[in-house]
Design a protein around this ligand. Structure first.
Ligand code: C2E
Ligand code: MG
Ligand code: MG
Ligand code: MG
Length: 272
């Protein structure tokens, strides 16, 4: 009598495992095909110099124009692509797409471009060569290349070495989402970087009523002491912008200024 339920459980488990496996496989095929079919595209969000109103630069943010699901955002497909080991391929794709988008525009006074670079990218020498190549290509169209790197990449000594080398090529290094990772502060003394991007959560601490932002203030002072630039992420209100300005933080990114959009929709002249 016990035999029937046991068989049933075993059968269902196997069936479910097979289902999960084939689903994962088909997701892999789908993402791989999307790269091949060039279904990914870029939105750009400006980094605004709030003291003058000028656009200092833009960050490239990848999206997937899915054939049936509409626009899919990176928080959905990046974890998948990390799992499938497709992040190098995606980064190459993004560099190429950004070059083609921006080569059509004319930047008389130059502009900064932030590209998000995933963990592990710097451990492949081929990628370092590719970045050097792109650095020169972007220079040729009046764009200075910057790489947005998360804190955890500084835990890897090979990556740190590559980062230093890339800086000698004239590529800017930005630490993304600063304050949310595990940067040991000693890394900041050892590694030269160009900008800290203060994570949105600290900008959010500039409240509606009172400002209670001790960590934000500390990060600002830290950046000043280290003599590195600061970009505030996720600025949404006038109050936040005003407070940041009084603290001497002039480079802002956020919905207050512009949401990420296709390059054609962005106003890209430095003189506003
Ligand atoms: P991130 O690099 O920190 O990018 C900033 C994210 O905050 C973007 O989300 C942007 O749309 C959003 N954001 C900007 N201003 C505001 C604001 O005022 N309010 C709010 N609520 N959000 C704001 P997005 O585009 O969904 O990207 C999420 C993350 O995905 C990025 O975080 C980045 O880590 C990753 N990502 C995006 N594009 C790429 C890429 O090309 N390569 C890699 N490796 N990662 C990427
Ligand atoms: Mg970023
Ligand atoms: Mg960020
Ligand atoms: Mg962020």
């Amino acid at each position: 009598l016990l035999f029937i339920p046991i068989t049933l459980v075993v059968y269902l488990t196997l069936y479910f495992a097979r289902y999960l496996f084939s689903r994962k496989r088909s997701m892999y095929t789908e993402v791989k095909l999307a790269l091949k079919m060039r279904e990914f595209f870029l939105h750009y969000q400006p980094h605004v110099d709030a003291s003058s109103g000028c656009v200092f630069g833009v960050e490239a943010l990848v999206r997937w124009q899915h054939p049936s699901r509409g626009i899919v955002y990176p928080d959905v497909f990046i974890p998948l692509m990390e799992e499938y080991g497709l992040m190098d391929e995606l980064t190459d794709y993004v560099l190429n797409a950004a070059y083609h988008d921006l080569a059509e525009k004319v930047f008389r006074e130059g502009i900064h471009l932030g590209i998000n670079v995933p963990p592990g990218y710097f451990s492949n020498p081929k990628n370092i060569r590719l970045l050097k190549l792109y650095k020169n290509k972007f220079d040729g169209i009046g764009i200075s290349l910057g790489l947005e790197i998360t804190e955890r990449q500084f835990l890897d000594s090979v990556a740190c070495e590559s980062i230093s080398r890339l800086r000698t090529f004239g590529i800017d290094i930005l630490i993304d989402d600063f304050g949310t990772g595990q940067t040991s502060l000693s890394v900041l003394e050892r590694t030269n970087i160009d900008y800290l991007k203060i994570d949105k959560c600290f900008v959010d601490s500039i409240g509606h009523q009172s400002v209670n932002a001790p960590v934000l203030n500390a990060i600002i002072n830290l950046a000043k002491e280290l003599n590195v630039g600061i970009i505030a992420e996720g600025v949404e209100t006038d109050r936040q912008a005003q407070y940041l300005l009084t603290q001497g933080v002039t480079l802002h990114q956020g919905y207050l200024y512009a949401k990420p959009a296709r390059i054609e929709k962005l106003f890209l002249s430095k003189s506003k």
